[in-house]
Design a protein around this ligand. Structure first.
Ligand SMILES: *[C@@H]1O[C@H](CO)[C@@H](O)[C@H](O)[C@H]1NC(C)=O
Ligand SMILES: *[C@@H]1O[C@H](CO)[C@@H](O)[C@H](O)[C@H]1NC(C)=O
Ligand SMILES: *[C@@H]1O[C@H](CO)[C@@H](O)[C@H](O)[C@H]1NC(C)=O
Ligand SMILES: *[C@@H]1O[C@H](CO)[C@@H](O)[C@H](O)[C@H]1NC(C)=O
Length: 453
C-alpha cells in the first residue's frame, strides 16, 4: 500500500538540488543589492533597528511593538544593511538535549509535561500579552504548556504572572553572530531549535505560534495519530512551488515533534542549515517554511522542479492519507479504531484536505544507510481541525486551534502591504491581532488595562 512509484528520479532530483545549492551560493549577489537604497544614502541610516521596552517621557512600559523602529516600506529597510560575509554561516548552538543551552528548558519541561507531551510557544516582550492569551487558552483545556521567553523582560513578565517560562535570552542573542540579522529570523530559528531539543530529550512537543488560541484540546488527536510519523505540520498555501509539487505547503505555525522519531533529528539539522543559507528573504526565511523553499520562476536549469527541500532530501518517495471519518463527533472513535488509510494524489492533497497525509522524504547522501529508504515522515494535519486560512465562523465547530483564518475584525482591516524588511512588528500589528481575536471571543484575558491592548 505504501509502495508508490520509485526509481532514479528522486535521486537525480536530490543530486540536482545539491549542485544547485552550490551554484546558487557561488552566484549570490553582493548584499548591497538588498539594502534597498543607494550606497550614498546608507550612511544616514541607523546602524541597526532600534528596539526599546521603555517609551515616552517620563518613561513608561511600551505597548507591544511601540518601541520598535518605524519606517518600513515594501522594498526598503530603514536601517543600514550589514554585510553577511563576516558572520558565521552555521547555527551558534545545537538543538540537542545534552546541550547546556537547553538544560534549564529541559528541566522545566520535565516538570510541566504530561503523558510525555509538552506544549510550547515562543514570545519576546512585544508578544507578552498574546503569549499570555495562548497560555490561558491552553490551561483552560488542562494542557501542559510553557513559554519560551526570547528576552529577559518577557521572562521576568511571565514568571511574575506565574507562567512557566524558560529563559532563552542568551540563546537568542547568540544568533547575532550569524547571518540571521533580523530579530524575526532569529526568533523563528530559536523556537524551532528549542522544540527540537525537547524532542531530543524524549518529549513529544506541540509548538505553535504565540498568536494561536486553543479552542479544544488537540492532544487526543496527536495521541491517536498514525505511528511512524516523525513530525506533524499544519497545511498552508505558501510557497506556491511546494503547492505545485506536494499539493500543499507546510506551515510551522503548528508543529508536533514526536520524541525519538528516527528521522526527526537528522531532518531538523538540515532544516537549520537550509535556514542559514536562505537568509536573504527579509520577510521570513527557509526555516520559517521548515526548509521548503520555492525558488523563483523559472526554476534554475539544474532543477526540474521548482521546489527545493532541506539539503540531502529528495522529493517525496510516497504519499498516503489517513481519513478521519466524521471527525467532529468521533474523537473517541479515532482513538479506538484508528483512522482509515486511503491513497492520495497530489491533486487531492490540497491545503483544504481534511485527511492526515503522510509524505515520506528519503535521503540519498552519506549518513543514510543504503538500505534505509525513508528518512523522515511528515504528517500534514487535517484542514478542518487545524485551519490556517478560510473563514473562522465556518471553521469554528471543527477547529481545535485558531491560527489565522479571517475574523470579523480582520475582514474589515486595510491591507498594509508586504513589509518585507521588517525586523520586528509595530504596535498596529499587535492592535490588529488582539482586535481580531476579541471580535471572535478568542481573547481570554480580562486585563484591567484595556487601553494597553
Ligand atoms: C534571563 O537571561 C538573561 C541573559 O542571561 C539574564 O540577563 C536575565 O536576568 C535572565 N532572566 C531571568 C528571569 O532569569
Ligand atoms: C528560496 O531561495 C531563493 C534562492 O536563494 C530565494 O530567492 C527565494 O526568495 C527563496 N524563497 C522562499 C519562499 O524562501
Ligand atoms: C474540510 O472540512 C472543511 C470544514 O468542514 C470544509 O469547509 C472543506 O470543504 C473540507 N475539505 C474538503 C476537501 O472536503
Ligand atoms: C478576570 O478578572 C477577575 C478579577 O481579577 C478574576 O477573578 C477572573 O478570574 C478573571 N477571569 C479570567 C478569565 O481571567
Amino acid at each position: 500500500m505504501f509502495a508508490l512509484a520509485r526509481g532514479l528520479k528522486p535521486l537525480l532530483l536530490a543530486l540536482a538540488a545539491l549542485l544547485c545549492d552550490a551554484q546558487q551560493a557561488a552566484a549570490r549577489p553582493p548584499s548591497r543589492r538588498h539594502a534597498g537604497r543607494a550606497a550614498s544614502h546608507r550612511a544616514e541610516l541607523p546602524a541597526a533597528p532600534t528596539h526599546s521596552t521603555l517609551c515616552g517621557v517620563p518613561p513608561r512600559t511600551c505597548r507591544p511593538g511601540e518601541g520598535n523602529l518605524k519606517g518600513y516600506e515594501m522594498w526598503s529597510q530603514p536601517y543600514a544593511h550589514v554585510d553577511e560575509k563576516d558572520f558565521r554561516a552555521t547555527p551558534p548552538h545545537v538543538a540537542e538535549a545534552r546541550s547546556p543551552h537547553y538544560a534549564a528548558l529541559v528541566r522545566l519541561a520535565r516538570g510541566v509535561e504530561r503523558r510525555g507531551v509538552v506544549v510550547v510557544a515562543a514570545a519576546d516582550f512585544d508578544y507578552r500579552e498574546l503569549a499570555e492569551n495562548w497560555y490561558a487558552s491552553a490551561r483552560r483545556l488542562g494542557m501542559p504548556a510553557l513559554v519560551l521567553a526570547l528576552d529577559a523582560e518577557a521572562c521576568e513578565h511571565f514568571r511574575a504572572r506565574g507562567l512557566p517560562a524558560a529563559n532563552l535570552t542568551t540563546n537568542l542573542l547568540e544568533w547575532h553572530t550569524t547571518r540571521l540579522q533580523r530579530h524575526i529570523q532569529r526568533a523563528l530559528m530559536e523556537r524551532l531549535l528549542a522544540a527540537t531539543a525537547l524532542a531530543d530529550a524524549g518529549m513529544n512537543v506541540l509548538l505553535t505560534d504565540a498568536t494561536a488560541v486553543f479552542v479544544a484540546d488537540p492532544l487526543p488527536f496527536f495521541h491517536a495519530a498514525p505511528a511512524g510519523v516523525d513530525l506533524f505540520v499544519q497545511r498552508d498555501s505558501y510557497p506556491a512551488s511546494a503547492v505545485r509539487t506536494l499539493g500543499t505547503a507546510l506551515s510551522p505555525a503548528i508543529c508536533y515533534l514526536r520524541a525519538g522519531g528516527a528521522g526527526l533529528a537528522g531532518f531538523m539539522r538540515r532544516v537549520f542549515v537550509r535556514g542559514m543559507i536562505e537568509f536573504y528573504l527579509r520577510w521570513t526565511n527557509a526555516v520559517g517554511l521548515l526548509g521548503l523553499n520555492g525558488t523563483r520562476h523559472p526554476p534554475p536549469p539544474c532543477l526540474s522542479t521548482s521546489l527545493t527541500l532541506p539539503i540531502g532530501y529528495a522529493v517525496p518517495r510516497s504519499m498516503y492519507s489517513f481519513a478521519h471519518e466524521k471527525a467532529l463527533v468521533s474523537r473517541a472513535l479515532i482513538i479506538e479504531s484508528g483512522p482509515r488509510l486511503v491513497g492520495i494524489t497530489k491533486k487531492a492533497n490540497t491545503e483544504r484536505s481534511n485527511a492526515t497525509t503522510v509524505i515520506e522524504l528519503s535521503r540519498h547522501f552519506k549518513g543514510c544507510a543504503a538500505d534505509v529508504k525513508v528518512c523522515v515522515r511528515i504528517g500534514l494535519l487535517p484542514y478542518d481541525k487545524f485551519p490556517r486560512h478560510g473563514v473562522w465562523r465556518k471553521l469554528r465547530s471543527t477547529a481545535l486551534v485558531y491560527t489565522g483564518p479571517s475574523t470579523k475584525a480582520s475582514r474589515k482591516r486595510k491591507f498594509r502591504g508586504h513589509r518585507l524588511r521588517l525586523d520586528r512588528y509595530d504596535e498596529v500589528d499587535f492592535d490588529n491581532m488582539v482586535a481580531s481575536l476579541k471580535s471572535e471571543g478568542l481573547w481570554m484575558l480580562n486585563s484591567t488595562d484595556d487601553a494597553l491592548l
